[in-house]
Design a protein. Structure first.
Length: 452
């Protein structure tokens, strides 16, 4: 048994003082309010969110794509060409090393788990490895090294567009037919088998541009009770392509042609009209928001105010991993709403401050999207826990909701002091337990890769 005692803790029913949380294995065994100090003492204890969308390998590209290309209007699509060039040189060893570093950074930023949207399957030129799930196995190996909770989402990627054109040279490391993908999923399941019991295998049809209707249905049926993630309505060019080939906007088409429910996580959703926002909120699916990446790529702004007002569920991901920062993702999301609407405290309610709405919603939505029985500090839940350092000047005099406001809007991830993932104590005094070894391996790898 492990006991964590917090001066204040955000429980499922709100804030409480002098809280003793007892862990048994990977779960929370009990929560006692008004308890005497005992065990490991922390200032404030929170449910640690899951990062619901990551492409781990892109972390090694950070800082390499900020020049303007030959196109006078640089965009997501020109960035994508640079990304294709970069991934062409990655080996399985590289991917494992990068993924371990990414997961370590996520833990130090306050995430207890990651949903890895994993589409880099094959060798250069598109040749399958002897083990079709070799790259999935490398993501699993990284999780074994870091201890971060893992929801692995192998990606089905069939075509280069809605017209079913063949994959281009930059995409051939992604491609599978539905039958090949089913075999890859079996291999991924075998790779995950040695990992802890909180590990999850889901499925990710890449996007409505890259999968056929038949492929989408096949992928969704492979793991009937597991999470399904998909990119949706990220760019106007995608919307226009869907309208031309399927006669509907992406969100319209998906909701009309698939049984979208709480298993689903739709990533970005930055190009939705009001009726689509309303329909997606009613579906029970999670909107997977990645505000730093969406800002970097000029995707647009998700309508979080309307979506939240209608009971929509959302969570936070780091996507391209250009910067891994839980507090900054939440801050960027809220500031985008304020800038668009020329308002303040856009997501706050009468009962909860902006910071609390942001944090609680991200914790609950991330857990749902990752297929983790977490997202709250309550008996029986996975022990995904985050302790903040309250000793600094930004936390002085704050209690309850305003501590979260200070953390998100005045502080940053340096306030993350301790982190547990399913009871595994991964971060102590702000550093991952294997920080030095993981960082050294990453530095050696990126030294040879950053020569675009």
């Amino acid at each position: 048994m492990t006991v964590i005692w917090a001066e204040q803790a955000l429980l499922a029913n709100g804030w409480a003082d002098a809280v003793a949380v007892t862990l048994s294995g990977d779960r929370i065994a009990s929560v006692a309010v008004g308890a005497p100090p005992q065990g490991q003492r922390v200032g404030v204890l929170l449910p640690a969110p899951a990062n619901l969308h990551s492409h781990a390998f892109q972390r090694a590209m950070a800082g390499m794509t900020e020049r303007r290309g030959p196109d006078p209007r640089d965009s997501f699509w020109t960035w994508r060409q640079l990304m294709y060039r970069f991934l062409g040189r990655l080996t399985p060893d590289d991917v494992e090393t990068i993924a371990a570093f990414v997961q370590m950074e996520m833990a130090e930023a306050g995430y207890a788990a990651v949903a890895e949207f994993h589409y880099l399957h094959h060798g250069p030129g598109g040749q399958a490895y002897a083990n079709r799930a070799e790259m999935s196995a490398r993501i699993a190996a990284a999780a074994a090294q870091t201890g971060l909770g893992l929801t692995l989402l192998p990606v089905l990627y069939e075509f280069g567009g809605c017209d079913r054109r063949a994959l281009g040279p930059g995409q051939n490391r992604f491609g599978n037919t539905p039958d090949q993908f089913a075999a890859l999923m079996d291999g991924a399941a075998a790779a995950l088998a040695p990992l802890p019991a909180d590990t999850v295998l889901g499925v990710a049809p890449h996007s409505l541009r890259a999968v056929s209707s038949e492929g989408l249905a096949t992928a969704a049926a492979l793991r009937p009770n597991a999470p399904i993630h998909m990119h949706l309505a990220e760019q106007m060019a995608e919307v226009e392509e869907l309208l031309a080939h399927r006669g509907a906007r992406p969100t319209e088409w998906l909701l009309a042609n698939a049984e979208v429910d709480s298993r689903w996580c739709l990533i970005h959703c930055t190009q939705m009209e009001a009726h689509e926002t309303t329909a997606l909120a009613a579906s029970g699916a999670v909107a997977g928001l990645c505000p730093i990446t969406e800002s970097s790529l000029g995707d647009g702004i998700f309508d979080g105010v309307s979506y939240s007002a209608q009971g929509g569920r959302w969570g936070i991901g780091s996507d391209s991993n250009i910067r891994i920062s839980l507090s900054e993702e939440l801050r960027t999301l809220d500031y985008s709403q304020r800038l668009r609407d020329r308002s303040r405290a856009a997501l706050a309610t009468a009962a909860r401050s902006t910071g609390r709405v942001l944090f609680e919603t991200a914790a609950q939505g991330g857990a749902q999207a990752a297929g983790r029985d977490a997202g709250a500090i309550a008996p029986g839940k996975l022990a995904d826990l985050l302790a903040l350092d309250t000793s600094g000047p930004d936390m002085a005099g704050h209690r309850g909701d305003t501590m979260l406001d200070a953390y998100i809007f005045a502080g940053d991830d340096r306030m993350v002091k301790e982190l547990w993932s399913a009871g595994r104590h991964l971060v102590s005094e702000g550093r991952h337990v294997a920080h030095e070894a993981i960082t050294a391996a990453y530095l050696a790898t990126v030294g040879k890769l950053r020569t675009l």
